[in-house]
Design a protein around this ligand. Structure first.
Ligand SMILES: [Zn+2]
Length: 421
C-alpha cells in the first residue's frame, strides 16, 4: 500500500468515508468475526457504538434483540479488531530508512546511524516523520509510543485516530541530575515537560548511556506524575559486556563520540538486574528489547510488574538475535510489540512484526494480537481507553479482510484493512 497519498486527518476506507463523524445515536457494527482481545473472538459478532464509545460487544443476534432501535452496519466477511498499539518507535529517525548498515552488531549500527543522521536536513527529517505517521495509520496502528530525541512533539490528531505518546529521550553517563539533562534539551521539550503536557513523558536511552542518578531521578519524576518511563534494556551482548566489565565495542563507541564514561563505574551485572537495583522497575516502567536476559531477570521483571516491548525485526536487523518471548510470556510478563525506527526496520507495519513472533517464535496468533493491542495499551498506560473492544472504551477499531484469527495477521501484512469511525 502506498502511503504517499494518505491524509492523516481524513480517515480512509469504505466505512469511514461514508461516516466522517461519530454517530451520537447507537449503531450496531456487525462482522463475521469480532476480535475483542479480552474475550474469545466472536463469530457473527457485533459492537454497539455511540459517540465514539463502545456500549456493548457480543453475538450479533443477541445484540440485535437488545438494541432494537439501533441501525446496523454490516461489515460483512471481515474481522473487527481494536486499533494496533506500536509500543516503541522513533519517528524522528524515519528519514534514515535504508541508510543504516545491518547485522554488524550494536556499536557498528549506532556508528552508521549517527553518520547517516548528520546527512539529513531538518526538512527531510520532518517530511519523513509525517510520512511515517501516515504509514502507521495505513497499517492499522492507532496508538504509538514515540521516543523523541529531537523534541518535535505531536499529540492526538484532529479526529482521534492516531494517538501519539511522546517520550523525550535523555542521555548522559556523566550527567548526574535530571535538571542538568533537561537543561540540555531543546526549548519545546523543556516547555512540554514543565507544563505537564499530558501526552509527554521521559525515556532514558539505556543503562549504558545514562548515569545511575539520572536513571533514578527520571524514574522519580515519572512516578510522581503517574507516567510511564521507557528505557532500552538488554538489547545486545555488547551492552551486557559493557555493563559487566566497562569494556568492549560500546566503550570504544562512547569514547569516539566524546562520551567517555569518566567516573561512571560498570555495575558488574546484566541490564535488568541493574535497573532493579536502582529501583527503576515497576508497573510504570517500559523495558524495550529485553533480548539478553537470564531466567532470574525474567523473574525480576515479573515480580516488579514492569512492562516489556519487543521489537523482533529490529533485533534481527542489527544482529542481536530474538528475545526469549516464550519464557517472558510464560512468566506472565506483559509484552507489547514495537517496530523501533526505520533505521533498523524495513517498515512500520506492526502486522509484519507479529509474523516474526508467530513464525520464528511459535507464539499463537491470538496471543500475538493481544500483545499488539491490549498489552501495548497497558504498557503505555492507556488501557482505560484503548487496546480492546470492551464497554466504555473508545471506538478506535479496524476492519481487516479476514474471517479467522489465523488469517488476520497475513491480511494486515498486505494492508487489507480499513478504519472504522
Ligand atoms: Zn529504540
Amino acid at each position: 500500500m502506498s502511503t504517499r497519498d494518505i491524509n492523516l486527518y481524513a480517515p480512509r476506507g469504505r466505512v469511514s468515508e461514508s461516516l466522517p463523524q461519530p454517530d451520537s445515536r447507537p449503531v450496531l457494527h456487525r462482522a463475521q468475526l469480532v476480535v475483542p482481545i479480552t474475550q474469545p473472538a466472536i463469530e457473527d459478532g457485533a459492537v454497539v457504538v455511540a459517540d465514539g464509545v463502545i456500549l456493548d460487544v457480543g453475538p450479533f443476534q443477541q445484540l440485535r434483540r437488545q438494541w432494537l432501535e439501533a441501525p446496523a452496519r454490516d461489515h460483512g466477511e471481515a474481522a473487527l479488531l481494536p486499533a494496533l498499539v506500536n509500543g516503541h518507535a522513533h519517528l524522528d529517525l524515519s528519514g534514515l530508512a535504508g541508510q543504516v548498515q545491518a547485522k554488524d552488531g550494536m556499536a557498528e549500527w549506532i556508528r552508521s546511524l549517527l553518520t547517516a543522521r548528520e546527512r539529513l536536513s531538518q526538512i527531510q527529517r520532518e517530511q519523513a516523520r509525517l510520512q511515517a505517521l501516515a504509514s502507521l495509520h495505513a497499517f492499522g496502528t492507532g496508538i504509538v509510543g514515540d521516543i523523541d530525541s529531537s523534541a518535535t512533539f505531536t499529540g492526538e490528531d484532529s479526529d482521534g485516530t492516531l494517538v501519539v505518546r511522546t517520550f523525550v529521550e535523555l542521555f548522559g553517563l556523566q550527567i548526574e541530575s535530571l535538571e542538568a539533562a533537561v537543561d540540555g534539551l531543546p526549548h519545546p521539550a523543556r516547555r512540554a515537560l514543565a507544563n505537564g503536557q499530558k501526552n509527554v513523558s521521559l525515556a532514558v536511552h539505556a543503562p549504558y548511556t545514562t548515569s545511575a542518578s539520572l536513571l533514578r531521578e527520571a524514574k522519580d519524576w515519572t512516578s510522581e506524575r503517574a507516567k510511564v518511563v521507557s528505557v532500552h534494556a538488554a538489547e545486545s551482548e555488547e551492552e551486557i559486556l559493557f555493563l559487566r566489565t566497562g569494556k568492549g565495542p560500546l566503550r570504544d563507541l562512547l569514547e569516539e563520540g566524546g562520551m567517555e564514561p569518566g567516573r561512571w563505574q560498570p555495575p558488574g551485572c546484566g541490564a535488568v538486574t541493574y535497573l532493579d537495583r536502582l529501583g527503576f522497575l515497576d508497573s510504570l516502567s517500559l523495558c524495550v528489547h529485553v533480548v539478553q536476559v537470564s531466567e532470574e531477570e525474567i523473574q525480576l521483571l515479573q515480580r516488579s510488574r514492569a512492562g516489556v516491548c519487543l521489537c523482533p525485526r529490529s533485533n534481527l536487523f542489527i544482529g542481536n538475535g530474538l528475545p526469549p518471548v516464550r519464557q517472558l510470556l510464560d512468566a506472565g510478563v506483559p509484552c507489547a510489540i514495537g517496530t523501533d525506527s526505520l533505521a533498523s526496520n524495513a517498515d512500520l507495519n506492526l502486522f509484519k512484526e507479529m509474523t516474526v513472533l508467530v513464525d520464528q517464535c511459535s507464539i499463537g496468533p491470538d496471543v500475538v494480537l493481544a500483545m499488539a493491542t491490549f498489552h501495548g495499551a497497558r504498557n503505555l498506560g492507556l488501557t482505560s481507553h484503548y487496546g480492546s473492544l470492551e464497554k466504555s472504551k473508545r471506538w478506535l477499531a479496524i476492519r481487516v479482510a479476514a474471517t479467522d484469527i489465523e488469517s488476520v495477521i497475513a491480511a494486515g501484512c498486505q494492508g487489507a484493512l480499513e478504519w472504522l469511525i
